[in-house]
Design a protein around this ligand. Sequence first.
Ligand SMILES: Cc1cc2nc3c(=O)[nH]c(=O)nc-3n(C[C@H](O)[C@H](O)[C@H](O)COP(=O)(O)OP(=O)(O)OC[C@H]3O[C@@H](n4cnc5c(N)ncnc54)[C@H](O)[C@@H]3O)c2cc1C
Length: 366
Amino acid sequence: MNDSAGQQPIVAIIGGGYGGINLAKALDEHVAVTLVEPREAFVHNIAALRAVVRPEFLPRMFLPYGHLLAHGRVMRDRAVRVDGYSVELASGMQLRPRILVLATGSTYPFPAKSDTDNTADAVDEYRAAHDNLARANTVLLLGAGAVGLEFAGEIAAAWPDKKIVLVDQAEHILPGPYDQRLRDEVNRQLRDLGVEQVMGSPLTRLPDVPAGQTNRFSVITAAGTTIDADIWFRCYGIAPQTGYLAGDLLAARTAEGYLEVTPELNVVGFENVYALGDIAVIDANKAGIAGRQAKIVAANIRAQLAGSAERTIYSPAPPVIILPLGPTGGSGQLPGGEIAGPEQISRIKGQDMMITRYAEILNIPS
Ligand SMILES: Cc1cc2nc3c(=O)[nH]c(=O)nc-3n(C[C@H](O)[C@H](O)[C@H](O)COP(=O)(O)OP(=O)(O)OC[C@H]3O[C@@H](n4cnc5c(N)ncnc54)[C@H](O)[C@@H]3O)c2cc1C
């Protein structure tokens, strides 16, 4: 698969997250695929916040890649320099595929995502966060978007006696194109769970203890509210992972680090390079969207390799969110615009955090 071997993959997919695994699986029967991923196992980060409060979820949050492909291969490596034609890997190898797909996703502060490639180290990190959280009486969560709200719900469900304070400079929870009825329902459930909100004013400075450590501290908002807590977590700060882009590809990178793509999901200006998932500027930041985009990219690559001019167009999805607040609570906005109640959310996500679904995609026996 490298220059010296003289053999190159037809399709190289960089990044084995939600987009990468769906695409690799969809193409595996049809074309020689190489999936490049530095992690030892697929990280099902949808379950991450549950795994912090319930460490028994941890073994099923890290799903091995070994059964994913029957024909193609998964290379444990990292792309360090990618232009429109070739991929330089951290190992020093070079790939020159006919078609290149970028699916390197995003980072998010721990525990929503972990930046550890080794599974045992990541598991230790989550266990330590659990132990620290278990010892804290008051928890401060900075950010009242989906991650902060979901984490508040998880902590409240697991430890009903802990005091939880959500702080955000925004006036209202859950920014984004969602129906106000959803915010109202989430607020109602958060009140029932006893979660406090301090909204509409930023902290004057971050806590002087590291995030995720148990140590009493005091912070103050610009509006003058003092909050004393024992542990805090940062629940904001998603960032696309595109630092490896080089050469002509840089022209398609936005100021925020996303990639401009066409409706066919080609990187703008490159008919042999595609991008999907959290790095694509079109409709980013949902695993479900990355999965839908993988289907479009698979169809377009197959058509392209067959010499057909036919292409499938990606149409952005309506706003959808599934927001559990613990195993039996939560709300969400469904594709038709309906607001889902706790029972429905629990069935869709809250009970098993979609682990079964992704274990099936990775062909892992239950
Ligand atoms: C706590 C939490 C809960 C969520 N819940 C939901 C949910 O319920 N439903 C939903 O639809 N979405 C949810 N999301 C969003 C979802 O996780 C992301 O949208 C999703 O991860 C995007 O998938 P992706 O394939 O684009 O990228 P990622 O899943 O981020 O995967 C990218 C992969 O690329 C690899 N990579 C990075 N750089 C390189 C490189 N240079 N070379 C090779 N490989 C590289 C990474 O190791 C990683 O495995 C949630 C997010 C969080 C944080």
